[in-house]
Design a protein around this ligand. Sequence first.
Ligand SMILES: Cc1cc2nc3c(=O)[nH]c(=O)nc-3n(C[C@H](O)[C@H](O)[C@H](O)COP(=O)(O)O)c2cc1C
Length: 134
Amino acid sequence: MVKMPADVKETIEKQKPIPIATASADGTPNVALVGLLKILDDETILIANNYFKKTEANIIENPKISFVVYDAATKKAFQIKGSVELVTSGKIFEDTVEWVHSRRPDLSPKSAAIVHVEEIYDSKSGQHAGEKIL
Ligand SMILES: Cc1cc2nc3c(=O)[nH]c(=O)nc-3n(C[C@H](O)[C@H](O)[C@H](O)COP(=O)(O)O)c2cc1C
């Protein structure tokens, strides 16, 4: 796992919704928008799984995820890659239910998707495009 620097965390926190990419075991890609995403700590991100369908199936058979974020004010863009687990019980799940209800009382998460950040790349256009940061 890697620790997200402050500018990466700030860029993630500013973008809503975020398109998250997963892939099936046979490599079929899938992208879905998520709004209920938050940083748990420097190495970990939480996404509320309220409606995942293909995303959930993909995570079960291939627990990898990637997403990109962009901040138009700073012009910074980052690509995050990590592994993801779906948590359906215990404190993390209970905290997720409480957090979702505080934002959207009408929603009941199926699971907490816990993303363990493993790689961060520069996604800006230009000289450093695609370079690994961490
Ligand atoms: C603006 C927006 C925000 C969304 N946020 C979430 C979210 O936080 N959690 C979630 O499970 N689905 C969310 N969805 C629904 C997913 O984008 C998607 O419809 C769902 O995962 C089913 O697609 P899939 O079969 O590709 O997984 C959101 C959709 C939109 C349009």
